[in-house]
Design a protein around this ligand. Structure first.
Ligand SMILES: [Zn+2]
Length: 129
């Protein structure tokens, strides 16, 4: 009998995680809401309650977005010497928007990697065992 949920290559696992799809069956959505994980995959039943990613997705988002914003603000300041209120008007909404955009894919990736490396508290295993 063929394995119903074979262990996926890392590249595919990363793609599934970034899209918020189940790392086991590749069909179910792992998010019940914006950043809220579903209790289980609606397609294959993979338990997601043990996936506790904590602050894992926040750190790369802060580093990526923070570096980008600080770099762009520095270039604009050195080029045009913008007033501080204009910097605040530009960078604060952009930072909030970019963080909101990037957090779900990074959280999905973290959940997928937890599934692969068995760091969840549940009994999920790569290959669906
Ligand atoms: Zn699934």
């Amino acid at each position: 009998m063929a394995d119903e949920h074979p262990e996926r290559p890392t590249r595919e696992l990363i793609r599934l995680g970034l899209r918020g799809q189940c790392p086991r069956c590749a069909y179910g959505r792992i998010f019940a809401a914006y950043l809220t994980l579903a209790d289980a995959c609606p397609n294959c039943g993979l338990k997601l309650t043990g996936s506790d990613v904590g602050d894992g997705p926040v750190v790369p988002a802060m580093l990526l977005i923070g570096g980008l914003i600080v770099g762009m603000a520095a270039v604009m300041e050195l080029t045009w010497q913008l007033p501080l209120w204009l910097h605040a008007m530009l960078w604060l909404p952009l930072a909030i928007f970019l963080v909101a955009l990037i957090l779900p894919p990074i959280k999905g990736l973290t959940v997928a990697l937890q599934h692969r490396y068995r760091s969840t508290e549940e009994d999920t295993r790569p290959g669906g065992q």
